[in-house]
Design a protein around this ligand. Structure first.
Ligand code: PXG
Length: 289
């Protein structure tokens, strides 16, 4: 049976899961989304993801025609229709079908889509030995243009940075903000360890308030590891003892090389491995619920 996708209240075959060429999500990137994981049949950090989705929608003046409780049911319904227990769930809310002009007012209303599918992780070898990244020439959006805290359908600068990484032979790129400080990667938040402290840039430096980031910050504090949000320069990356990335897709992945420079010993560090272990334990606990 074909994969089932939920669109505006109906489950349809993947091949029939189509949006109009007049949809403002397609025409203008006018919409918001969430990437969520389910472990052993339970949506991970469901409330936090839905809360971010509604905040993103509010920030772009888009009203989601369902309650968060209804959308939670939609995700479970789409998972069940596909017999998924461990999967990746993508919620997309577009401004909906409109005319060929920017004004969204004559749209009959937003479109809501839920896709549940499997997601490709980085190769297992990179979780053990660490990943190499570069810093990209493309910067994160200026917060006064479009706040990077909005998970909008416009990922163009992140895509350009990702292409830069792939062309440099690495899977991910660190993006700086308009002032040259570290923001985040193209779909992951970044952490470093320096002198026993875990540091990550605050969202005000141009990053998404990642849900995995929040989970890792809590795990660090719970393990009595000093953890601070701090503005970081590219220099701080180069002299870090350890570095790792967090995200729904990547989960927690060590970084051992940045712009060709080895980080710390060039191997995943002890605090990174401790937090990675704590994250896996948490996810397994979710599995046992
Ligand atoms: N920064 C950006 C720009 C992101 O898009 C994160 C950080 C990590 O946030 P979470 O809440 O996931 O910890 C993201 C997440 C995909 C994909 O399809 C993208 C994300 C997550 C999952 C899959 O490429 N973005």
């Amino acid at each position: 049976m074909s994969l089932q996708v939920w669109i505006d209240g109906k489950l349809v075959n993947k091949e029939d899961a189509k949006v109009s060429v007049y949809d403002h999500g397609l025409l203008y990137g006018d919409g918001v989304f969430e990437g969520i994981r389910a472990y052993s049949g339970k949506i991970f950090e469901c409330k936090a993801h839905l809360s971010r989705l509604y905040d993103s929608a509010k920030a772009i003046r888009l009203s989601i025609p369902y309650t968060p409780e209804e959308l939670e049911k939609v995700i479970y319904q789409t998972m069940a229709a596909n017999n998924f227990k461990d999967c990746y769930c993508r919620l997309v809310v577009t401004r909906g079908v409109g005319s060929l002009g920017l004004d969204p007012h004559n749209s009959p209303g937003p479109s809501v889509i839920c896709i549940c599918d499997l997601i490709r992780l980085y190769p297992a070898e990179m979780y053990e030995n660490g990943m190499a990244v570069i810093t990209a020439s493309v910067i994160r959006n200026h917060p006064n243009a479009l706040s990077p805290r909005i998970k909008s359908l416009n990922y163009l600068n992140n895509i350009l940075a990702k292409m830069e990484a792939i062309e440099a032979g690495v899977p991910e790129a660190v993006m700086l903000n308009h002032s040259g400080f570290v923001a985040e990667c193209t779909a992951d938040n970044i952490f470093i360890v320096r002198h026993g402290e875990v540091l990550t840039p605050p969202a005000s430096e141009g990053s998404l308030e990642g849900i995995t980031r929040g989970v890792i910050m809590n795990l660090a504090r719970g393990s009595m590891i000093p953890m601070h949000e701090r503005r970081l320069e590219r220099h701080d990356l180069y002299i870090a003892d350890e570095c790792f990335l967090t995200g729904t897709g990547a989960e927690v992945i060590p970084v051992t090389k940045i712009d060709g420079r080895p980080i710390g010993t060039g191997k995943p560090g002890p605090i990174t491995l401790k937090l990675l272990g704590a994250f896996h334990k948490l996810v397994r606990l979710v599995e046992q619920d």
